[in-house]
Write a protein that binds this ligand. Structure first.
Ligand code: DAH
Length: 342
């Protein structure tokens, strides 16, 4: 048995462990109340570090400067860490406790309304979401490859004529996309089937503006690729969505047509009380068809394995029928007397 040894810790030796235990307490403080307690315990009026500061005066004169310097450094470091931890905990306190439910209805805007074309687009998207479609997007400034070549559209096709299309005066013959079909290619290049997308978006053509034409308008493209997809799926889908949009009395008719990226191709006409009101029996509304095997080859899908359909229609057309509007230009004039009605 050796003699008992009493160890007296010198004044300066107490500073570092005190600082370390303070830092640990800050770290484990899991809310602002615990953090405030830690602050009071160490740097409050009766805190442990404060009481060391108060004892400085009773130290021998020659030890005071070095001890004072150490103490001050410890205090500054602690206060800095306190402030940092406070920000972290404040952020944490501001976060919702429950995961956010993004499907809850939002607050209505206090002022203004959605443009009628936006309202119609949102309705169309909502209908397609019900049957498992997701929204895809692509650039409005396109290249000829995505807009035409990859869609099996030959170089002598009239759509590629400078008279019909806006080409940009930058290299590589960039152009404003003439249809949203270019996004079909962009999605298939990146993804493997099955694919179920819709693409709402703006397109451009060199048309003079009149009651039924505008140099820019909106389209919705659809693409469905899987095994064993048929024209029956296409018809059923189109009928479902149009009934949702324009009423249960809607009738659909498919007419044979030609598009280079689908085979067979169709134009879709529809009829309803709204169409009769406009003095017509049938209105042409969309182009569609079964995706051409060449398009699948181009994006690297095996056409022996995959089948699919695609369609594209104009959003203005649908909005015009739905609201009985007879001039497409009204959508782009931003006349509040017109917009207020929706
Ligand atoms: N791109 C065509 C247009 O702008 C519409 C269209 C037709 C889209 C047939 C398609 C389709 O996806 O299969 O007139």
């Amino acid at each position: 048995m050796g003699p008992s040894v009493f160890v007296f810790m010198s004044f300066t030796d107490q500073i570092e462990p005190l600082k370390q235990s303070a830092l640990t307490e800050l770290r484990v403080a899991s809310d602002l109340v615990m953090l405030e307690q830690a602050r009071v315990d160490y740097v409050g009026v009766h805190g442990k570090l404060t009481s060391l500061l108060k004892q400085l005066g009773s130290l021998p004169k020659e030890e005071r400067p070095a001890a004072g310097k150490l103490l001050n450094q410890a205090k500054v470091e602690l206060e800095h860490s306190l402030a940092e931890r406070r920000i972290e905990l404040e952020l944490k306190a501001a976060l919702p406790k429950e995961p956010t439910d993004f499907t809850l209805p939002g607050r209505r805007p206090a002022l203004g309304k959605l443009h009628p074309l936006t309202q119609v687009t949102e309705d169309i998207v909502r209908s397609f979401r019900k049957i498992g479609f997701v929204v895809a997007d692509g650039p409005e400034v396109e290249n000829e490859y995505h807009c035409f070549d990859a869609l099996n559209t030959p170089a002598d096709h009239p759509a590629r004529d400078a008279q019909d299309t806006f080409y940009l005066s930058i290299p590589n013959k960039a152009l404003l996309r003439t249809h949203t079909s270019s996004v079909q290619i962009r999605v298939m290049e990146k993804q493997q089937p099955p694919i179920r997308i819709i693409v709402p978006g703006r397109v451009y053509r060199r048309d003079n503006a009149d009651a039924t034409h505008n140099p820019t308008f909106q389209q919705i493209e659809g693409l469905y690729v899987d095994k064993g997809v048929t024209v029956g799926d296409l018809k059923g889908t189109v009928e479902f969505v149009f009934k949702e949009l324009l009423g249960a009395d809607v009738k659909i008719r498919f007419r044979p047509h030609y598009f280079s990226y689908t085979e067979p191709s169709f134009e879709i006409d529809f009829s309803s009380a709204l169409v009769k009101k406009m003095g017509k029996d049938w209105l042409e509304i969309a182009g569609c068809g079964m995706v051409h095997p060449q398009v699948f080859e181009t994006v690297g899908y095996d056409p022996e394995v995959w089948t699919g359909w695609a369609f594209g229609f104009g959003i203005e057309r649908i909005a015009m029928i739905r609201y009985g509007i007879n001039d497409i230009r009204l959508f782009y004039e931003n006349d509040v007397r017109f917009l207020r009605q929706f």
